[in-house]
Ligand binder design. Structure first.
Ligand SMILES: [Zn+2]
Length: 332
């Protein structure tokens, strides 16, 4: 079996965004160490609108210039080490402001569909060009901020205009509707990868674009009660390395998780990494050939990093291999 370990390389989206060192550099160092037993590389989705905004403020504030320098050299090191940098867009950055110390986040533009068409296209072009400049290679794979890649016609329009051809935003079986996130992936094909054209959730073998969904796994309410308890107890092993604040989950989604078994993304974040082991075993039992996992450096914890290392040792013993999105798509 092959495993794609994806990471969304980003600060927090709530009122306190956190710092580059604590949300990105430090947890990445620990995560890279943790996957050493499997000799794997991450597929890293870089929140490139944040970089565009840092660049804009670099001539005004030293802090913006030093954050941008730190990130640029960090990303180059990661790319040189074989990690696969690809495009992630959280559009609200392009509408947010910086006062030299803190970001004032504009929450009206969290989704791609919140942004006027022309502005969105320009944003994608500039963000992709900046990331390609850092990486020194083309960027072709995309993940939408908050998984909100619909409507498909918006996505395919920016793909056509910018040369992107692969999406990794879909979480099969999941549905979400809030001011910040909106998607319905309940009708998606039950496949590790498929081509699409008009509709992200409908396979079209002749389609120009490729979807590699994030794997999902049905999680019981009991697990979510345990998760809630660990948050209340604030145990040190479960404290995130990241030092900002997430946007609170919608009350509807919290309620659903606490009382029904729901499909959840397979992730290495915090305590949720426990479900990775079960999802991996299930994939083996079903004869699956690909598991696509997501994580966020900012949400890594001492516990999750330890468990990731155990997981990677297990992969090495079973002969499973960690590959990047580029290896899957372009080199096979
Ligand atoms: Zn994100």
């Amino acid at each position: 079996m092959q495993i794609i370990l994806t990471l969304d390389y980003e600060l927090f989206m709530g009122s306190s965004t956190g710092t580059v060192d604590k949300c990105l550099v430090e947890p990445m160092r620990r995560l890279c160490q943790a996957i050493e037993p499997a000799q794997g590389r991450f597929t890293i989705f870089v929140d490139a609108c944040y970089l565009l905004k840092l660049q804009e403020y670099s001539s005004v504030y030293n802090r913006a210039a030093s954050d941008l320098n730190m990130i640029t050299s960090h990303l180059r090191q990661l790319s040189d080490a074989g990690h696969d940098l690809q495009l992630h867009i959280h559009p609200h950055w392009c509408f947010s402001t910086f006062d030299g110390m803190r970001w004032n986040v504009n929450s009206s533009y969290y989704k791609m569909s919140d942004v006027p068409d022309d502005t969105l296209l320009e944003m994608f072009r500039a963000a992709k060009a900046m990331l390609e400049d850092i990486k020194g290679k083309p960027v072709r794979v995309f993940r939408a901020g908050g998984f909100s890649a619909q409507p498909t016609e918006l996505l395919t329009r920016v793909f056509e205009a910018t040369g992107l051809d692969t999406d990794m935003s879909v979480c099969p079986g999941a549905v979400y509707d809030s001011a910040q996130q909106q998607y319905d992936y309940t009708r998606c094909p039950d496949k590790a990868a498929y081509r699409f054209s008009q509709d992200l959730c409908v396979e079209d073998s002749a389609g120009k674009f490729l979807e590699i969904p994030i794997s999902t796994y049905p999680v019981s309410p009991l697990f979510h009660w345990r998760l809630a308890l660990s948050r209340v107890l604030r145990l040190k092993a479960h404290q995130t390395f990241g030092d900002g604040q997430s946007i609170p989950a919608s009350s509807g989604s919290v309620f659903r998780r606490l009382f029904t078994r729901v499909p959840c993304i397979v992730t290495i974040d915090g305590m949720k990494i426990d479900n990775l082991f079960a999802a991996h075993s299930r994939c083996h039992r079903r004869g699956g050939d690909l598991l696509c996992v997501i994580g966020h450096p900012k949400l890594a914890t001492p516990y999750s990093v330890d468990r990731l290392s155990v997981f990677c040792s297990r992969l090495a013993k079973q002969g499973d291999k960690i590959i990047t999105a580029s290896q899957l798509h372009y080199e096979s």
